[in-house]
Design a protein. Sequence first.
Length: 279
Amino acid sequence: MTGEIIAVALGLLVGLSLGALGGGGSTLAVPILVFVAGLQAQDATTTSLLVVGVASVFGVVSHFRNGNVRLGAGIAFGSAGIVGSRIGLLVNRSLDENALLLAFSVLIVFVAVRMYRSIDKSEPGSEQVADDRLLENGTGVAAQERGSVMSRLDLSAAAIAKLAGAATAVGLLTGLFGVGGGFAVVPALTLLLKFPAKQAIGTSLVVIVINTTIALTMRSGNLGFDWAVVGPFLVTVTVGVVVGTRISKGIDAARLTRAFALMLGVVAIYTAASTMLTA
């Protein structure tokens, strides 16, 4: 019972990351559900899909109200990941629990490194200045900014192929590990489609909702949730998403990303060590 209570409390961290950063939080959900709540690995990945998907819906609503969601792009990106999600599910069912957790620890390391390195590639303050300008000057200037973004879109065959590959990879990770894949979607939208960071974060939540829904649908014949854990965990993750979305406008994103990346590194080490010791 104590472990379940702690797991529910830690759900706030998952939600805060999803709401404020658009990704990374789902990589915490599975280790929390396995090592704290005591679920089996495959059950934890399925539970993570439900929790992250539902909580992300609230994040989409909040970001949409702030003008940070490009719905069409999110739907297209998420829909393109169907094939990858199916492949990921087949692999998930073929792996034993220890192999799945060890592979997941590798994924966590990748996410941590990717998030940490993304800080150095960003331009400090530029995004906040742009957002402040939009808020101060109203919808007319906002429309001009959106037009500027559209003019920078790279719709070449190579760029589209890269987006399709990224969408398939995200779908595969969702089906395999029960993660939303926001850590991959956000850089794909910013680097390939030139989305401003906050629009990429808001749009990534749309992709997460679609990916998790698809993956859950594919697992529909094998769903067995422990609602005593899932219900409260879902509530705290959702609260974290809403809070994270609201505070994202006033926080130092670089500092938050750095701290979260370091925490993910610790979680990865713990996941791998615990798995090998119990193997």
